[in-house]
Ligand binder design. Sequence first.
Ligand code: PFF
Length: 453
Amino acid sequence: MSLDDVIRENWATRFGFILAAVGSAVGLGNIWRFPFQVGQEGGAAFLLIYLLFILIIGLPAMLVEFSIGRRTELSPVGALREFGGDAWKYIGGLFMLIAFLIMSYYSVVAGWVVRYFVGSLTGGYAEDPEAYFLTVAAGTDALLFHAIFMAATIAIVALGVQRGIELAAKAMVPALVVLMVAVAVYAATLPGAGEAYAYYLSPDFGVIADDWQSIIPSAAGQAFFTLSLGMGIMITYASYLAEDRNLAEDSAIIIGLDTGIAFLAGLVVFPILFAATIGPADPGAGAIFVALAGAFAEIRFGLVLGAVFFFAFALGALTSAISLMEVVVSTVIDEFGVDRIPATLAIGGGMFVLGAPVALDGDLVLIDLYDQLAAEILLVTGSILLMVLVAWIAHDRALDEIQRGVGDIGSLGQIWIWLVRVPVLLALIATLVLAIMGYYEFLTGPFAEWLAG
Ligand code: PFF
C-alpha cells in the first residue's frame, strides 16, 4: 500500500496552488500556439474574439472545474462519479484520454524548444534557420528531445504534489515571467516594433466578418487550451485544496496571469518577426520556430536573447506538462491504488510512444491531426459535458461549494448558473459544430493528401 492510499497530499500554501495552476495554464499554449494562431487567423481580430472567450467562457468554466475538484477531493474519474453518478465516470475516462493525447505531442514541441535553447547556445540555427528547423522537427533528434522532455516531466511528477509539482512551479513560474518581461522590453526597442504592435493590437473587423467560421473555433480552442480547461486538470488541482478559499478570486487571478503572459508573448514575438522583416501570417506549427530563429540570427544580441527566450519557454512548457501527466497519474493512483512511481513511469512511457509518430513526421501533418482534434474538438466537448453536469444536474452542490470560503453570494450564484446553463452552453455547442466541420475539411483535405503520399 502506498502513502497515497492513506493520506491525500495537499498544497502547502495558497500561493503554491495558484502558482501550480498558473504553471499549468502558461506554457506552449501561450508562447507557441497563441502567436501562431493570432498570425494564422488575422492578427488583432483573432485576439479580440479570443479575449471574449476567455472572459465569458473561460472564467465560468474554470469555476466549474474548481468547484467539482474541491468538493470531491478526487481526480476526474472519481470526482465525476461522485458529482454526477456512476455513468459520469466514463467522462472522467475521456479526460484521461485527452490528457494522454495532448501530452504526447506537447512533449514533441517542448522537445523542439529545448533543442532551440541548445541551438541558441551553440549558434546552431544562425546559418540557415529553415534547414535547422527540418533537422529539429522530425527524425531521431526530435525523438531524442521528446524523450528528454518526457523524462524530465516524469521525474517531477514522480516526486509528488508538494515536493515535485508545487516546488517546481514556485521556482519556474516567477522565473518565466521575469525573463519574458525582459525580452519584451528589449523587443520594444527593435525597428518595426510600432508596425508590429499595430498588426497585433488594432483589429480589422473585415477579417472577422470574412473568416468567422475558422476564427471562432480557433479562438475557443485556444482559450480552453491555454487555460488547461476541458480535461480535468483544474479538477485535479483543486482536489488538493485543503482549506476554504474564494474560488472565484483564485480563478480570476489565474486567468489574469495566463492572459497577461500570452499577451506578453505577443509583444515579444511580433516585434521580433517584424524586425527581421518576416511576415507574421506564415501559417503552421513550425513557422513560429523558423521565424523566431531567423530573427534571433539577424538582430543585435540575438543569440543571447534567443537563449533567454527559449529557456523561459521550456520552463513554461515543463510546468504545463507536469499538469497534463498529473491528471492521468492521479486518476490511476485514485482508481487502481497503483503507487505513484510505477504509475508515472508507465504513463509517461505510453505518452512517449503515442507522440513518437509526430516526432517522426517531417511534413508536420500529424501534429495538426492531434492538435486540432484535441484543442478544438475534445477540450470543447469536455467543457460542454462539465457545464451540463454542474449547471443542470448538480447545481445545488456546485453553488454550495462556491460559497464556501466566500459567504453568501446571493443572486450572483443564480446568475452564474443561468449564464452557464444557456448562453455559454449554446455558444460552445455552436463552436463545436464549426470545429467538427473544420476538422472534416482537414481530414478530407491536407490529411488525405498526406496519406496518399
Ligand atoms: N495550458 C497549457 C498551455 O497553454 O501550454 C497546456 C495545456 C494543459 C494544454 C492542458 C491543454 C490542456 F488541456
